[in-house]
Design a protein around this ligand. Structure first.
Ligand SMILES: Nc1nc2c(ncn2[C@@H]2O[C@H](COP(=O)(O)OP(=O)(O)O)[C@@H](O)[C@H]2O)c(=O)[nH]1
Ligand SMILES: [Mg+2]
Length: 461
């Protein structure tokens, strides 16, 4: 049976060869366990001081043979990541050597840590709340500057502070409601000021909705902005992808229908990850494989955040009617007339202007690079539209937080509605609000929620 009191151990660095590897241990038994595998004439474990590093050897207990020469960092609880005694062993970064050291620790009495168990202990010991714990994963997973910054703010408690504020104000509302339930006979608090409570609830709803407004931006910085390049065959879609990426990723060929499958690459614009996707040209398919490619192009375009439609300015091929209609509904659409180096025909310019009036239309040469800076500018403008209003500090990047906040708003609205029906009803709804918001930081939690959150961590974190 796993217990919260076990001393746990895990390899904290990725499986593979590296300069160093770290094996980590946490729990009250850390020092006793290390003692069994530690060999150092100058630094016996009993003399370890907290937050110091010691040079010594890890030995095989059965033979006394040295496994590796290591550096050991000791951090006495509660001033450690988990709040317990923590020992980190920096050894040589081989797959076998790290595994052998872990094995010896397990033989000496440690238990293998579960995914996220170190951080779970940090949470249970009050070292960080759930939002901050989730930020640890977000930092590890972040792929761009903005995602990292949002995660870092979250780890520093920026979002937690907002959530705690919401909890406080919800508690105030609940206190007012409960006071009037508990002491119905006392004249002065018998009648609650309904308008006051309704106002407080409205302000809470407003605050939460502001936070929820950041969720779209949060998702974009976390998952990347899906940007899909579409257009007729031979317009230069693949050339444009290569140009934007700065290297030859997609095959470019004058044979129409060269790109069959979608190609995805990541790049960073203004600290935000862009998932750039090249697709098969939209036309009457010549065969079944192309048909599949084309239907995939349609799918990709329909789920994109930004669509870049590429048209040939020199040998213009019109877009398919149906597809064009779909494009006109896209929120963020950038129209590119390509092959400006060959000279863009006036009638193409006019036709494209007519089809996409009111949209951003750019003339570029994917081959020569002319107009590409403007295209980058247009992409940035589209992203910025989503960033407007998103504060630097509190951005909702987690689906879990978003869902709980959405439920909180719904419960607040019900609470407000039921104010006239009876204070008890209203109080019940507000209690639910408290529960939903509390689950975000972990002020309220259950084992299942913890398992879900920490199960997503890697082992050793
Ligand atoms: N002159 C010129 N040719 C281009 C340009 N962009 C693409 N091409 C050519 O057009 C053809 C089709 O290009 P490709 O990128 O494969 O188009 P896709 O089918 O839309 O992916 C190739 O021969 C490219 O060299 C451009 O900006 N100028
Ligand atoms: Mg192509």
């Amino acid at each position: 049976m796993r217990s919260e009191r076990d001393t746990i151990a895990a390899i904290a660095t990725p499986l593979g060869k590296g300069a160093i590897g770290v094996v980590r241990m946490s729990g009250g038994g850390s020092r006793d366990i290390l003692k069994k595998v530690w060999k150092s004439s100058r630094h016996p474990v009993d003399k370890f001081k907290t937050h110091r590093i010691y040079l010594g050897n890890i030995i095989e207990q059965s033979t006394g043979r040295h496994i590796d020469e290591v550096l050991v960092l000791f951090m006495a609880g509660p001033n450690s990541y988990t709040g317990e005694d923590v020992i980190e062993i920096s050894c040589h970064g081989g797959i076998y050597v790290t595994r052998r050291i872990l094995e010896e620790l397990l033989l000496a009495g440690a238990r293998c840590a579960e995914p996220g168990e170190f951080t779970k202990r940090a949470f249970l010991n009050g070292k960080l709340d759930l939002v901050e714990a989730e930020a640890v994963v977000a930092i590890i997973e972040s792929e761009g500057e903005r995602a990292l910054r949002a995660a870092m703010e979250q780890l520093k408690g920026g979002l937690s502070k907002e959530i705690d504020g919401l909890i406080d104000r919800t508690k105030e509302v609940l206190a007012i409601l409960e006071a009037s339930i508990d002491f119905p006979e006392e004249e002065d608090i018998r009648f609650i000021d309904e308008a006051d409570v309704a106002g407080r609830i409205d302000r809470l709803i407003g605050e939460i909705e502001l936070l929820l407004d950041t969720a779209r931006f949060g998702r974009l910085i976390k998952d990347g902005v899906k940007t899909v390049i579409v257009g007729p065959p031979n317009a230069g879609k693949s050339s444009l992808l290569n140009r934007l990426l700065g290297f030859e990723r997609a095959i470019v060929h004058h044979t129409p229908g060269t790109t069959r499958d979608t190609i995805e690459e990541r790049m960073e614009v203004d600290g935000i990850t862009i998932r750039l996707i090249d697709t098969a040209g939209i036309r009457e398919a010549m065969n079944e494989v192309e048909e599949i490619g084309i239907s995939r192009s349609r799918e990709e375009a329909s789920s994109a955040e930004i669509v870049i439609v590429v048209l040939d300015g020199h040998s213009y091929i019109p877009l398919e009617e149906e597809f064009l209609k779909g494009l006109c509904k896209v929120g963020s659409l950038i129209v590119v007339i390509n092959k400006s180096d060959l000279g863009i025909k006036e009638e193409v310019r006019r036709e494209v202007g007519r089809l996409f009036s009111g949209r951003k239309i750019l003339e570029v040469s994917a081959i020569k690079g002319d107009g590409i800076d403007d295209l980058f500018g247009a992409i940035k403008d589209e992203i910025r539209r989503d960033m407007d209003g998103a504060s630097e500090v509190a951005v909702i990047t987690s689906e879990r937080h978003k869902n709980l906040l959405t439920e909180a708003v719904a419960a607040l609205k019900e609470g407000r509605k039921s104010l006239s029906e009876g204070i008890e009803f209203a109080a019940e709804h507000v209690r639910r609000v408290l529960h939903h918001i509390g689950e975000i930081t972990g002020a309220v939690y259950n084992e299942q929620v913890l398992d879900e959150i920490f199960g997503r961590f890697c082992i050793g974190k």
